[in-house]
Design a protein around this ligand. Structure first.
Ligand code: TYD
Ligand code: MG
Length: 457
């Protein structure tokens, strides 16, 4: 018989019968915690054979596949990330750093959802009065919205059974606990057991459950990784607290595509959707300053234009300084080396700083060319002509390499009124481009720089 696991790694969820100082699976130190299963949890496999539902293999064609019923959240950015609304009976995890706006987003979502469904919002973090004040601030009121301040999971389930809501929101999984486990809330055992109970509840009752999960300082969800395996959909709410833009990303979605993003802005009265992120990112773009270039990056299925800025100055002391915000540091260093060797820019005697405006993080190879153009522009102290944008991967020999979704990027540039696109030599299919829009395809970085500065105004 398999020995029952009694220790669980709080980082990766590795189970073991023995305690280790270092987790054999993920290598984390001091992360093994004792795990006790709930006392009254029905042991698996004890149901008499006659009590079980017959569970027989089915021919795949014989399985019924009616369209899933979805609740629209009234927030189109959120609906898109969920794959067209929240599926009935699904289990969704919303993760993010404290203070990023998870509770605000979920409460705002209730306003529209309450028109189609009964919603129970359970908070383990705020009092009823605090929730009411927040709801007033967000102008949310609905007779279909019920609020409960409770942390005991069994009580929550009992209340939910009485109320029979269609949507249950638990804010947050780290604050709820099961009384029959003798470990503190937020503990790995508690998180695992509570999530398991909620998942079974969601599937059994057909209730859509949203849970909030805090992210620790490394940026991963606090609690075991198994939480992510258990849920149907994992959404991450990200952004810099000082900057008002927030990004909602789907890291996993059993009912839609992943890597979709939703963009929001935090305001005095809650989160506002940003349906046109490119325009928002480009607002305040200086027209004739040297050292900036517009890049087009693909986030999920959407192209987003972002401004990359570079500042190249003479090094005051021996070693040159390099700093990158929003782009990968090593990638930047590599691009500087390519510019020095292949284009002849004498950058080893210059400090170089790169920044992506708006706090966006771009980690796609297609931003190589705009980064290089921004650096060249600052180095020459010559602004790029107005209306120029670029995308393309740069190889070590200075060649420009093809990127994905080129046509989509060009469409976005046209939509936002750009007039020139500098890009690699690649097939863009048949697309309608207005006469005023120039597509310049070049083979290497030196030609691209020549073409960019020579582009007509
Ligand atoms: P919150 O949703 O509580 O974050 P989380 O649940 O992720 O911890 O709130 C995020 C921050 O947003 C909070 O510091 C206050 C601010 N905020 C606004 O700026 N405007 C608003 O309308 C609301 C409700 C909050
Ligand atoms: Mg909160």
């Amino acid at each position: 018989m398999k020995q029952k696991a009694s220790f669980l790694c709080s980082e990766c969820g590795y189970e073991s019968a023995k305690w280790y100082g270092k987790c054999p699976s993920c290598g984390a130190w001091n992360s093994m915690e004792e795990f006790r299963e709930a006392k009254q949890a029905a042991p698996r496999g004890t149901l008499a054979k006659s009590d079980r539902r017959p569970n027989r293999p089915l021919a795949i064609g014989a399985i019924e596949t009616q369209e899933e019923l979805r609740f629209h959240t009234g927030i189109s950015e959120l609906d898109r990330v969920l794959g067209g609304g929240a599926v009935k009976g699904s289990f969704v995890l919303v993760g993010g750093e404290p203070g990023i706006g998870k509770s605000t987003l979920l409460l705002q979502m209730c306003q529209e959802m309450c028109r189609q469904a009964k919603v129970l919002y359970v908070s383990g973090e705020e009092s009823l009065r605090q929730i009411r004040l927040r709801a007033d601030r967000l102008h949310i009121s609905s007779p279909q919205l019920f609020v409960l301040a409770e942390t005991d999971l069994d009580e929550i389930i009992e209340e939910s059974d009485l109320l029979e809501p269609d949507v249950l929101i638990v804010d947050s999984i780290q604050t709820v606990y099961k009384a029959d486990l003798n470990s503190a809330p937020g503990n790995t055992t508690q998180i695992k057991e509570c999530a398991m109970t909620l998942m079974q509840y969601a599937k059994r009752r057909g209730v859509t459950i949203f849970i909030v999960g805090h992210v620790n300082k490394e940026g991963t969800l606090a609690g075991p990784k198994i939480l992510e395996h258990m849920v149907d959909c994992v959404l991450y709410f990200e952004g810099e607290k000082q900057i008002s833009f927030r990004c909602l990303r789907a890291a996993k979605n059993r009912f839609g595509s992943t890597n979709e993003i939703g963009v929001f802005e935090m305001s005095d009265c809650g989160l506002i959707e940003v349906p046109n992120p490119s325009a928002a990112m480009l607002s305040g773009h200086p027209a004739d300053a040297s050292g900036n270039c517009i890049a087009c990056t693909i986030e999920g299925s959407r192209p987003i234009l972002a401004e990359i800025q570079a500042l190249v100055t003479k090094t005051a002391y021996g070693t040159p300084r390099r700093m990158a915000a929003g782009v990968d540091y090593n990638r930047m260093v590599l691009l500087l080396a390519i510019l020095e060797k292949r284009v002849g820019l004498y950058l080893s005697a210059s400090d170089t700083y790169i920044n992506v405006v708006g706090g966006m993080r771009l980690d796609e190879p297609a931003i190589d060319l705009p980064v290089a153009l921004a650096v060249a522009s600052s180095y020459r102290d010559q602004p790029l002509p107005e209306g120029v944008m670029a995308f393309g991967e740069v190889g070590l020999t200075g060649e420009l390499r093809a990127v994905t979704a080129a046509a989509q990027r060009i469409h976005e540039a046209i939509r936002l009124g750009f007039t020139t696109c500098i890009m690699p030599k690649q097939d863009i299919g048949r697309m309608a481009v207005p006469d005023s829009f120039r597509i310049v395809q070049t083979g290497n970085i030196a030609q691209a720089i020549g073409a960019a500065f020579g582009a007509k105004q």
